[in-house]
Structures are given as C-alpha cells and as structure tokens.
Design a protein around this ligand. Structure first.
Ligand code: FAD
Length: 443
C-alpha cells in the first residue's frame, strides 16, 4: 500500500457511512420498543448502508481501486456481502423470535406494503448471493450474470429504502430526512458516474485496431493505437508493465460488455499497445473477427503486478498458458529500457503446440543477454525434446540462482499452478513479500 494515510482515511469514511444510520436506531427509537427491536433495526440499517457502499467498491474508481488494488477490493466485496446477509437476515429473525406476531407480516395477502418491500428485498438479496456463489454450477453465462447482478443489487437497495420510508418512523425529523436525501443522492451519483460519466470519458479516448495476429489455439494478439485525445490533448495513457485494462468493443462505450486483459506490450510505447487474448467462449471467441480500424474502448490501467513497485536485483517470471502476457510486457519493457538485470522466465504449457506467444518469447531471448527461458511441457508430443513435466519445486530449485531469496517473483497462471509455485518458493526460502501474483479470474 503506497498511501497508508489516504487508505486509512477511506476506511474511516467507509465505517462512518456504514455506521451512520445506527444513529437512527439508537437516538430516535422510542424506549418502549425495547432492546430487541432496537437491535433488529440496527442490524437492518447497517446491512442496508453496507449494501449501498458495495456500489462504491464495485464502481472501480481510480481513487479507491488504485489505493487498495482490485484483488483486495474483490475479496472485501465478497466478505462484506456475507456480513450483509447475516445482518439483513438477522433483522427479521430477531423480530420473529422476540414476538411471533411479527410472523403475520410474511403473509403477502394481508401484509402492508412496507412488509412486502422488506420481503422483496430479502428474497432479491438471496437470489443475488445464490447466483453469484454458484454461478458456474448454475451455468449462468458471465455476461448474463453481470447484468443480473447489477439489476438485483439496485433492486435490493431500492426495496430496502422503500421499506424504511414506508415505516416512516425514521424520516420524521428534518435531520433524518436530510440523511436519507444525502444517501440517495450519493447512490444515484454513483450510478450516473459508472453508467454515463465514465463511459463518456472513454468515448473521448478511443482506440483503433491496427492489426490482429493469430496465436495458437485460435488466440490472438491485438495491437491498438489511440485515435482521439481527451480535453487536455492527451492521447492514450501510460501504464506500468504487468498492468491490465478493461476492453470494450462496439459502437459506443455504454455497453456493460467489457473484459479485463493484461497489456502484453512494452510500457515504453504506450501509443501502441498489445493484448494477447486466449479464446474462451464469449467475447474472446470473437476477437479474431476484429478488423483493422475497428473502435475499441479501454478503461485502465489497473493492477499491481508491476516491477516498478517491486524493485530488486533480478526478476523471476513464472507463467502458464496465457498467463505469459503480463510477463511479456515486463520483459519487453526491460529490453526497451536497456535494463540488464538478470531474469528468468519459467513457462509451463500443456502441449508444445499450445504455447501462446512463443515467437515473442524467442525474440526476447535473442534481445536479452541476461534472460534465461525455461520451458516445460506437461503433456509433450513425441517430437518434443525439451523439458517435460509441470512447474514444480524440483524445477524451481534446479533453475533458480543461489541468491534466490533476493529476487522479485511474478506469477500468473491457473490457480493450482500458482498454489504449487507459491508454496515451493516459500519452501525454497523466498520471502512471501517478494512473490507477486495475478489471477485471470474475477468471478
Ligand atoms: C486481471 C485479469 C487479466 C487478464 N488478462 C488476460 C490476458 O492477458 N489474456 C487473456 O486471454 N485473458 C485474460 N484474462 C481473462 C479474461 O478476462 C477472460 O478470459 C475473458 O474475460 C473471458 O471472456 P469471454 O466472454 O470469452 O468469457 P466466457 O467464455 O463467457 O467466460 C469465461 C470465464 O471468464 C471470466 N469472465 C468472463 N467475462 C469476464 C469479465 N467481463 N470480467 C471478468 N471475468 C470475466 C469468467 O470467470 C468466465 O467464467 C484476464 C483476467 C483478469 C481478471
């Protein structure tokens, strides 16, 4: 964390906003309602304000994401959702246990609108959690889930606020009304910012496809150049090697169909950037259809897998499959800078015909005298006479230098490969603080 004071201030502001509605339940409640009702109301209020704050975390603002990193925010987003579920479910359960007459509010035919909104909010929250935790098992395509997730999240908050307003008990004083107005305004502002203002700023900074070159297994490397500049006349943006950007294609930047990809080109040439994209099923399967001249919108740069923030006497890059992309960016940047520090690229692939960017790796090997490339193939064909097997502790022990503990390590691969490499490195004496990794999965 580069700005601990700013980060602490954000956390403080977060806690203040999350807990502010507690004042409503603590100050205003009529003493006759008793401890259990107060506790239930407090749980509901904090759950609702935490739910609203999830939009701040998910909005990918440079201020927040840049400070904490997207991985940390994603973890926090998930953990806070668990806390929200506990609080929001506790709210009615406490009431039901305290006084069984509250159970009558569950009858949709006789319950007042305020109770109907409460039930709707809890049901929607349950659907939101189930469809997120079991998205893959339920076979919900990512794109559909993304839309569903946003719509459900907005509906949970709107129905929750409607429930509070209809109870009316917490909007009688002017300061209470002011609090709700401020909360609603912030909520609407975040929505406008994410869906209108930020896309508009992307519109002013469009990129054009220069060429698309095929890679193995139907994957592609796409080269882009900026076509327009922002109001300050700036074209494109600078990035640190190892970072990534969200890519969106199409006629306008308002679509929510954007995907994260690591830059695979040199950070020394931000006016001409490359991404290497492995074919999955949706967006990635259509990348090969991009024609030169097609317009692309980029949102970034993001990510903290960078050498610039992690200086060392040498670098070890460990990647499997398409995880090679951020490593290529870091190595090409070193080559362009004339950085002669020793580095190792340890690459794992299933089959020798599946090696993405092998031509680029070979070029780097020729350009960089201090680069050692170690390729290993886990299921080699009969013609492969190189190293066979997975990236393992034995392999790392064999190829890493004596002063391995002083190197900086960057890893990007599927989960199991990263877990093996991480524990192997720690066993080999590498401090955890020198191991940096990126996972190509967010949901
Ligand atoms: C930080 C980061 C950097 C990445 N860099 C690269 C790279 O350099 N090259 C590369 O080939 N891939 C990269 N990926 C993976 C890439 O984003 C996904 O493979 C791609 O979004 C899949 O799109 P699709 O429509 O073809 O997916 P589908 O086939 O529909 O889904 C495949 C899986 O990809 C994930 N996914 C799909 N859409 C998104 C999205 N909008 N946001 C987040 N995850 C999504 C989901 O887990 C989904 O289950 C990166 C991912 C992350 C998080």
């Amino acid at each position: 964390m580069h700005h601990p004071v700013r980060a602490a201030l954000w956390v403080l502001a977060y806690l203040l906003i999350a807990l502010a509605p507690l004042a409503l339940s603590l100050i205003q409640l009529d003493p006759g309602r008793g401890f259990w009702v107060n506790l239930s109301v407090a749980a509901g209020f904090v759950g609702l304000s935490l739910m609203g704050l999830q939009f701040v975390i998910a909005a990918r603002s440079v201020h927040v994401t840049g400070l904490f990193g997207p991985d940390v925010l994603l973890r926090v987003h998930r953990q806070i959702t668990a806390l929200i579920a506990v609080l929001i479910f506790a709210h009615p359960i406490i009431l039901f246990v305290w006084d069984a007459r509250f159970l009558a509010l569950l009858n949709p035919f006789t319950s007042p609108p305020r109770a109907k909104f409460a039930v709707a909010s809890v049901v929607l929250l349950s659907i939101l959690i189930i469809t997120s935790v079991w998205r893959r098992r339920l076979k919900i395509p990512y794109q559909t889930w993304q839309v569903l997730h946003s719509v459900l999240a907005v509906l949970v908050v709107v129905t929750g606020v409607a429930h509070v307003l209809l109870i009316g008990y917490y909007v009688s004083e002017p300061w209470e009304r002011a609090l709700w107005v401020v909360y609603s305004a912030v909520f609407i502002w975040i929505g406008l910012w994410v869906r209108v203002i930020r896309p508009l700023s992307r519109w002013r900074r469009r990129w054009r496809v220069v060429h698309v070159r095929p890679q193995p297994l139907g994957s592609h490397t796409v080269r882009l150049e900026p076509v327009s500049s922002d109001s300050y006349g700036r074209q494109g943006f600078s990035f640190s090697a190892g970072q990534y950007a969200w890519i969106q294609t199409g006629r306008n930047p308002f679509s929510i169909n954007y995907h994260p990809f690591s830059f695979s080109s040199s950070a020394e040439n931000p006016q001409s950037v490359e991404f290497t994209i492995k074919t999955e099923h949706g967006f990635t399967a259509r990348v090969g259809e991009l024609e030169p001249g097609a317009i692309v919108y980029l949102d970034g740069p993001w990510g903290q897998l960078t050498m610039d923030d992690n200086e060392g006497p040498g670098f070890v890059f460990i990647a499997a499959g398409v995880g090679v992309t951020p490593m290529l960016s870091m190595l090409t940047t070193m080559a362009d800078r004339g950085d002669h520090r020793p580095c190792w690229l340890i690459l794992g692939n299933r089959n020798e015909s599946e090696v993405i960017c092998s031509a680029e790796v070979n070029q780097l090997n020729e350009r960089m005298a201090n680069l050692t490339v170690v390729q290993t193939i886990s299921q080699p064909g009969t013609n492969w006479n190189g190293r066979a097997g997975r990236i393992s502790r034995e392999l790392l022990d064999e190829v890493l230098p004596e002063n391995r503990a002083r190197m900086q390590y960057f890893m990007c691969a599927a989960g199991p490969v990263m877990d093996t490499a991480q524990s192997a490195l720690v066993e080999l004496g590498v401090p955890v603080a020198r191991i940096h990794s990126e996972r190509f999965a967010m949901a």
